[in-house]
Design a protein around this ligand. Structure first.
Ligand SMILES: Cc1cc2nc3c(=O)[nH]c(=O)nc-3n(C[C@H](O)[C@H](O)[C@H](O)COP(=O)(O)O)c2cc1C
Length: 343
């Protein structure tokens, strides 16, 4: 602290603007919610809502109207999607020079849809890693096109493993015969789902070309794998699409959490997003497979955890060509209007 006349001036006065509480202005709120809403979500349902509590506090809610009742009746995919949005929100808060204190599921009995409260408290300026991950938010994409077959260098994969670990999850490379078994399992799940009328109806709803701000648009479906070996989720089940050769030796990884409840899904989502942003920073593309997990609530209720816990996502990594972004709803649609007190 230095003194000018009688007025004490903090020595970091030059950075005071940067330390403005993150939700103090409409511009700040909009910037942070925009960053959060850039997260990936199952079928691009964007199943989140945000409510500003005060200059330092934001709440994240599950938007249960957007729950996929056929493939996600328990809300696992919804929880992972919201966890990914939560990670982006935390990063964006850090950019304001505050720590983001998160209380997950603060009131599960009375308000189970309130997934997290994020409270900004004085903190250190963001470090280089945080800045890099934050800068990657608008560049991350799901890439369902063929990758060029180059293997990820070991140190790149180690970086992704660390990213998951930093969020309390475990990422493991799936190789060799295990990879083949996992791909077979995904393929079986994809065929089982595709044969179910209710699945097709739900998928058609979220791929309807009249959707402009959510759902998966046709340009993001990717081609059908010609060799049929890579069980990409077929977003255009009834449509005619081009086919292409995908990489012969796909690089798969599985993301695990210790438990398999709402808190674990939020954790998995934060870890997934950290991994995906770290991959983006390394020029690595990714797509996801969750078809076997879609079937889990119906067929594997009460799953026993393996030694690493429960699989929450299967991710395919590689080097792909750039793909366009898919749309998001505007900040105004996902942010609850500020309640004006009645007089
Ligand atoms: C929980 C979850 C499950 C997902 N499952 C799949 C999947 O099985 N197949 C797939 O191609 N993409 C999957 N995705 C990716 C989403 O479809 C994608 O995030 C969404 O369409 C938005 O596109 P973007 O990631 O390019 O922003 C999943 C994403 C999340 C968060």
């Amino acid at each position: 602290m230095t003194e000018i006349g009688a007025i004490p001036v903090p020595s970091d006065a030059g950075s005071l603007a940067a330390r403005e509480l993150p939700f103090a202005t409409p511009g700040g709120v909009s910037r942070l919610v925009h960053a959060a809403a850039a997260a990936p979500s199952v079928h691009n349902t964007q199943p989140w809502r945000f409510r500003r509590v005060d200059d330092a506090t934001m709440e994240l809610y599950a938007d249960l109207d957007r729950l996929l009742t056929v493939i996600d009746p328990m809300g696992r995919g919804l929880g992972i999607s919201c966890g990914a949005a939560l990670f982006n929100l935390r990063l964006a808060v850090r950019m304001s020079g505050h720590d983001a204190h998160v209380t997950a599921l603060p009131d599960p009995a009375a308000r189970p849809d309130l997934l997290a409260t994020v409270h900004a408290a004085p903190g250190d300026p963001p470090d280089q890693d945080e800045r890099l991950l934050h800068d990657m938010i608008p560049h991350r994409r799901t890439n369902r096109f063929p990758f060029d077959g180059r293997q990820l260098p070991r140190e790149v994969f180690v970086d992704l493993v660390h990213a998951a670990h930093a969020e309390g999850a475990t990422l493991v490379l799936v190789k060799g015969r295990t990879a083949r078994r996992v791909l077979d399992m995904i393929g079986t799940a994809e065929n089982t789902l595709a044969a179910e009328e209710s699945y097709r109806v739900e998928l058609a709803c979220w791929t309807d070309p009249s959707r402009r701000f959510d759902g998966v648009p046709e340009h993001a479906f990717g081609p059908r794998p010609r060799n049929g070996e890579l069980p990409m989720r077929d977003f255009g089940l009834d449509g005619v699409r081009s086919s292409a050769d995908f990489e012969a030796d796909p690089q798969l990884a599985a993301l695990f959490t210790r438990g398999d409840g709402p808190l674990d899904w939020l954790r998995a989502g934060q870890a997934l997003q950290r991994v995906l942003l770290a991959a983006t920073a390394q020029g690595v593309s990714a797509s996801m497979f969750s078809q076997p997990l879609d079937l889990r609530p119906a067929q594997h209720r009460g799953d026993q955890a393996g030694p690493l816990g429960h699989v929450q996502m299967l991710v395919r990594f590689g080097y792909g060509s750039p793909v366009p972004r898919v749309p998001r709803r505007s900040v105004f649609e996902v942010l609850d209007p500020v309640e004006v007190p009645r007089v």
